[in-house]
Design a protein around this ligand. Structure first.
Ligand SMILES: [Mg+2]
Length: 403
């Protein structure tokens, strides 16, 4: 029973969040294959409804490919203001259940529930009540919930029976429960590390848990070996961190003339991306998201954002992720300000979403690092990328910011 739980950690993750909000607001979309994203060839799918997923479409897939796989899908442009409005309702429900809520994104959070049994009942009851409360507060949205004694297992458990899932993993059963799952469910194991583990004969989490610890450290390095061995054995001491800061680093420019030419906007994004990449590397952050901000001549502010997978500190990657976002804006009048921000910053050694052994886009990164060191030695004028030359259209200096 719950007195044998050393801690109770709950992970809650809204189901197909953007698509579910669209279906909530427009009942005619319910139960139908739906793709949220820009309705153009160049953009990517942000969220696919569950009815679209059997066709093999999913988030981050190019919209053109998704429409080929699922031609009957309805494409809906994203409404981030609405998603963040609902996100606030959901986070406020989470706040009713625990003073310690750690949001991971708009639609996902850890809740520290230790000691709350007297108010909500045992772990299963807590999960049920949270699901009900979210459904009621939002007018019908479902959330998948995982409950266990560690953050790691709670997060894997919330994903176990999506959508509308509730999975409780008792601390005594953690090792057995994890054992048959693919090593890809271990934090820090992306495609590259997955291949590496498979080559070592480690396909399931149980294989890693049963492996010889010294051998694992020898073949995966001390940090990697220790990290994966601990997770595979259900050990994860990390606390739920209240108000984990959603940091961002950005750069914006007010233009000398209002601009409607997309190529000009792209040039601004390119130089902002280069400067943000430099600042990320200097501070040792990787960005998990990128956001484009445009202000129209009549001072209407619009933003579009997307998740970066894998996270990056490479300017070129930020730029490539930002450009398709331009498809999601309406070009009814010229723009007077162009901004770019990297947000949801993580440390390179944070195993939460990172592929431990994926070296990233190494060639580009090396090239940018080389320029960093030249700048450091000879001053920033020593490196002016050819594409940044002759673009004297700023009204004033860049506004570089960090929040
Ligand atoms: Mg979600």
């Amino acid at each position: 029973m719950s007195e044998r739980w050393p801690r109770i950690v709950l992970h809650a993750d809204m189901d197909a969040f953007y698509a579910a909000v669209e279906q909530l607001d427009d009942p005619s979309l319910r139960g139908k294959p739906l793709l949220v994203g820009p309705n153009s060839g160049r953009g990517v799918v942000l969220t696919a409804s569950y009815a679209a997923r059997p066709f093999g479409v999913g988030s981050a897939m190019p919209m053109s490919k998704a429409k080929r796989l699922c031609p009957q899908a309805i494409v809906v442009p994203p409404r981030f203001d609405r998603y963040s409005e609902i996100s606030k309702q959901v986070m406020s429900v989470f706040g009713d259940f625990s003073p310690d809520v750690e949001p991971l994104s708009l639609d996902e959070a850890f809740l520290e529930m230790s000691g709350a049994e007297r108010i909500f009942g045992g772990p299963l009851e807590m999960g049920r009540k949270l699901k009900e409360a979210v459904k009621e507060a939002t007018g019908g949205l479902t959330v998948s919930v995982g409950v266990s004694a560690t953050k790691y297992v709670a997060k894997v458990a919330s994903d176990f029976r999506k959508p509308d899932g509730l999975t409780v993993v008792h601390p005594d059963e953690v090792k057995d429960w994890l054992a048959p799952l693919s090593v890809r469910a271990l934090w820090g194991v992306g495609p590259k590390t997955g291949e590496r583990l498979a080559a070592l004969g480690l396909d399931k989490i149980g294989d890693v848990a049963a492996a010889d610890f010294d051998w694992l450290k020898r073949v995966l390095g001390d940090n990697g070996g220790t990290h994966l061995y601990r997770l595979a054995n259900g050990q994860d001491a990390r606390r739920v961190q209240r108000s984990r800061r959603m940091r961002s680093i950005g750069s914006e420019r007010t233009l000398a003339e209002d601009v409607s030419d997309r190529a000009v906007i792209q040039e601004h994004l390119r130089s902002s991306a280069a400067s943000i990449g430099r600042r990320l590397r200097r501070k040792s952050w990787l960005a998990r998201g990128v956001r484009v901000k445009l202000k129209t001549a009549s001072f209407q502010l619009m933003t579009r954002q997307r998740v970066l997978d894998p996270p990056t500190d490479v300017g070129d990657q930020l730029y490539k992720a930002a450009v398709p976002l331009l498809d999601a804006f309406e070009y009814t009048e010229p723009f007077r300000l162009v901004g770019l921000a990297a947000y949801d910053l993580v440390r390179p050694d944070d195993p939460l979403q990172l592929d431990l052994f994926a070296g990233g886009p190494t060639k580009k990164r090396k090239a940018e690092e080389t320029m960093d060191s030249i700048r450091e030695r000879f001053g920033k004028d020593a490196v002016q990328r050819a594409e940044n030359l002759g673009k004297g259209s700023w009204e004033g200096p860049n506004l570089d910011y960090q929040e």
